[in-house]
Write a protein that binds this ligand. Structure first.
Ligand SMILES: [Zn+2]
Ligand SMILES: [Zn+2]
Length: 154
């Protein structure tokens, strides 16, 4: 039997446990800031929680559905900048992912809006860059180890 609260590290890389970090928002506690919402959405992507992604997407920009995406493994999140002004919020982040044997970096400037007592994801400007980590380069997952000794091909 799986424990109800899984003692795993939060995928957003905060260093906290999932249940004490993004997991609280996944089960209904509103994210207090645009950055907290963005982190919880990244974790939801990593965990495949499409219902949460749709529920935190502003109705004016929300897609009708999200395709199941089991091929993408989200490896690392870096929040570069975030802020809020009145009912508007923004987060600049980088997310590293792997699809099959390919690595890539998604960089996005996301926009958020505060409405009906909660933050919503509105939209963003994003770009994807392909990564080609060398065997002796730092692993793109952010572990601090060499690629060949971490996520690299065996
Ligand atoms: Zn988290
Ligand atoms: Zn790695």
């Amino acid at each position: 039997m799986k424990p109800l609260i899984s003692p795993t590290a939060c995928p957003c890389g905060s260093g906290r446990l999932l249940a004490q970090c993004c997991g609280r928002h996944h089960v209904g506690e509103p994210a207090p800031t645009p950055e907290a919402l963005m982190r919880s959405r990244y974790s939801a992507f990593a965990l495949g929680l499409t219902d949460y992604l749709l529920a935190t997407w502003h109705p004016s920009t929300r897609p009708a559905q999200l395709p199941a995406d089991d091929a993408t493994e989200w490896k690392r999140l870096e929040v570069l900048d975030s802020g809020e002004e009145g009912d508007r919020g923004r987060v600049h982040f980088r997310a590293t992912f792997r699809e099959g044997g390919r690595w890539a970096l998604l960089e996005e400037h996301s926009r958020f809006v505060h409405e009906d007592g909660q933050w919503w994801y509105l939209d963003g400007d994003s770009a994807v860059h392909r990564l080609k980590p060398g065997r002796n380069a730092p692993c793109p997952c952010g572990s601090g180890r060499k690629f060949k000794a971490c996520c690299g091909p065996v």
